[in-house]
Design a protein around this ligand. Structure first.
Ligand code: CTP
Length: 404
């Protein structure tokens, strides 16, 4: 299944580097070509000769070509980054995770990883380290940052560690890593030919030139969905309220501010869409009047009159034809009942219901805990997972229903 696929295998300096030889062997058995890039410290754990013999390719660890000693290539990092279909860093030490999270490129491997276009070549990280290091707040934060950017993290496992301790930190076994790689490659392109319209973030409803009504939505869920759909070959239209996030590469991006703006852009783009996913937290109300000048305070109380915004999702449901429509339900009570009611009210195919009161769920978290509710009455409880992983699960379910 990996025939004609080129895998970049990055090896950093940890004892689990010996497992990379086994991983390379498994990949080659599946028909893949494997290009190894090692750090200098990795060479202390496993020799370039071993990796070269297994892969049949020169092994790079510096900007000098290993097969032409003394021949320096200033663009070797670009050449190595351009061709692979997928990159796997195994083992990934605390050091490489920190460098990737911070954007440091001070050797060949970190520079290659900086040059990889992750929209075309997903990167899988297989951390391996002592338990205390793994639980260090800096490492945990770096892993969360990298997950948030769409890197796939193959969680380390519990077991006997090289330092003599027993605990979490063992690199995932090569066979497990191979499954993750195969799954990733299988999914690449399964949304090609489809247009997915995604809304994300909050809306802002202006009171005057300096004030607005809004909510805590960070946009993370919608941006993760956009990234995942783009990686799977979809044409993605992302309509987003104001967020602090970077636009995922390769998507058509339409920034908006108010619910009315979002409504207009979504309705304009709707005819192009095969799938709509409405993860935006749209303000249901806006101030009746927006003052052209800053509102000055008076002596007493102030009353604001609010009027209804259009319900964008409901409008989509009314005109949905063959479009597969997914809504979100952000709830603080009666999550499932409210979610089910919204499926009917808004004529949806599926709703992602989340309980904002649960830790690890909701607006600003990197993770989410949700129930997926379907039009036919089925419900699926989804455990805590990153918003990026959840995005892929949502896309898996959409594909399954569309093909059933
Ligand atoms: N939505 C929308 N337009 C609105 C309000 C909500 O398109 N004016 C969409 C959201 O993007 C989400 C879904 O409707 O996909 C449900 O949003 P939510 O805020 O949970 O529910 P509401 O329908 O606004 O109902 P309520 O606030 O009463 O729970």
């Amino acid at each position: 299944m990996l025939k004609n696929k080129l895998i970049l295998l990055g090896i950093t300096g940890g004892i689990a580097a010996y497992k990379s030889a086994e991983l390379a062997r498994l990949l080659i058995k599946e028909g893949a070509s494997v290009q190894v890039v090692m750090t200098k410290s990795a060479e202390a754990f496993i020799t370039p000769l071993t990796m070269k013999t297994i892969t049949g390719r020169p092994v790079f660890s510096s900007f000098f070509n290993p097969d032409e000693p003394g021949h320096f290539s200033a663009t070797v990092h670009i050449d190595l980054a351009r061709e692979p279909h997928i990159a796997v860093i195994a083992p990934a030490t605390a050091n490489i995770l920190g460098k990737m999270a911070a954007g440091i490129a001070d050797d060949l491997l970190s520079t290659v990883l900086m040059a990889v276009n992750t929209a075309e070549c997903p990167i899988i990280l297989a951390p391996s380290m002592n338990t205390s290091m793994l639980h260090n707040p800096a490492v945990r934060n770096n892993i969360a940052v990298l997950r948030g950017r769409g890197y796939i993290v193959a969680d380390p496992q519990e077991g006997f560690l090289a330092c003599g301790e027993v605990g979490e930190g063992r690199m995932i076994e090569p066979s497990g890593l191979l499954e993750i790689i195969k799954k990733k490659i299988r999914k690449a392109g399964d949304f090609s030919g489809l247009t997915v319209l995604i809304t994300a973030g909050p809306t802002r409803e202006a009171l005057d030139p300096v004030r607005f009504l809004s909510n805590h939505s960070s946009g993370r869920m919608g941006y993760a969905l956009a990234r995942a759909a783009q990686e799977r070959g979809a044409h993605v239209i992302l309509v987003s309220g104001p967020t602090a996030l970077e636009t995922p590469p390769g998507v058509d991006f339409y920034p908006v501010v108010s619910a009315q703006d979002m409504y207009e852009v979504v309705m304009d783009k709707l005819s192009a869409a095969d799938i709509v996913i409405k993860s935006a937290a749209v303000a249901d109300y806006r101030p009746e009047k927006t003052s052209a000048q800053k509102i000055k305070k008076g002596g007493g109380e102030m009353t604001l009159k609010l009027v209804r915004n259009p319900d964008i999702l409901k409008e989509i449901g009314k005109n949905k034809r063959n479009i597969f429509v997914v809504g979100f339900a952000a709830e603080t009570e009666n999550v499932l009942d409210n979610g089910k009611k919204k499926i009917v009210d808004k004529n949806l195919d599926m709703i992602v219901a989340n309980d904002l009161t649960q830790e690890g769920a909701g607006f600003c978290a990197e993770t989410n805990i949700v129930h997926l509710l379907y039009r036919d009455g089925r419900e699926e409880k989804v455990p805590l997972m990153s918003k990026y992983e959840l995005s892929h699960l949502i896309l898996d379910r959409i594909r399954e229903i569309k093909h059933s």
